[in-house]
Every structure is written in C-alpha cells, then in structure tokens.
Design a protein around this ligand. Sequence first.
Ligand code: FES
Length: 131
Amino acid sequence: MTRECVVNEDRARLAEIAAKLRIGGYQRHVFLCVGGTCCPSRVGEEAWEALKKELKDRGLTPGTDASAVYRTKVGCLRVCTDGPILLVYPEGTYYCHMTADRIPEFVQKHLIDGQPVEEWVFARNPLPASH
Ligand code: FES
C-alpha cells in the first residue's frame, strides 16, 4: 500500500467522523477552559456540564438548529486567572468567571439573542470572515 492510499483512507475516515459531528454546519464555536489554574477543576467541570445541558435544552445542538454551537472543553486558554475562561468564535469574545450559574444567561443572551453579556467580557479578538 502506498502512502497516498493510507492518506486517502485516513481522509475518508476523518471525513466520516466530521460528517457525524456535523462539522461545517455551525455558526459558533465555544471553548471552555476547565484547566485547573484559572479555576478549580471541579468548578470548570460543573460549568462544562451546565454548558452541555443548556445547549441541548435550547436546541443549539447539531442538526437541530441553524444556529448550532460547537463546543470544546480545553485545558488552557493561556489567561490562567479569573476562570473558568470561556471564548466564543467567530466573535472572539473572552469571558471570565464563567461558573455554572452564569451559563444559562450566557447562552440566552450571547448565543440566542446575539448580545454578549458585557459585564463578564474582558477581551475581544474577532476573526475575519473566511467566506
Ligand atoms: S488554566 Fe484556564 S486559562 Fe489557563
């Protein structure tokens, strides 16, 4: 088997995984740090569970809504204080102190209404449109 064949097999397998994850159909990507330096790991994990639940309850999951949100739990966003730190793309909005109790308001205001919760935002790095 040539290297090209292996790469093509990998590509086909990865494309299948991406299709199952519905990659390509998202409007936003939310990263939540549960790293243990910006906040205790338990606090980060509680926020992560709250985010998963809220996205599901609000129907912002793949295949259910045009405004589906891809979520990723990360180990560090390099801020390392005042966490859990949460980042939303493509807006590039950085949030601090995103404990579980704040997640429902964040989902409603930012992800559904399109209005960031300004009092929790501490930085912005919007990405240019890619299409
Ligand atoms: S550990 Fe959360 S930002 Fe670094």
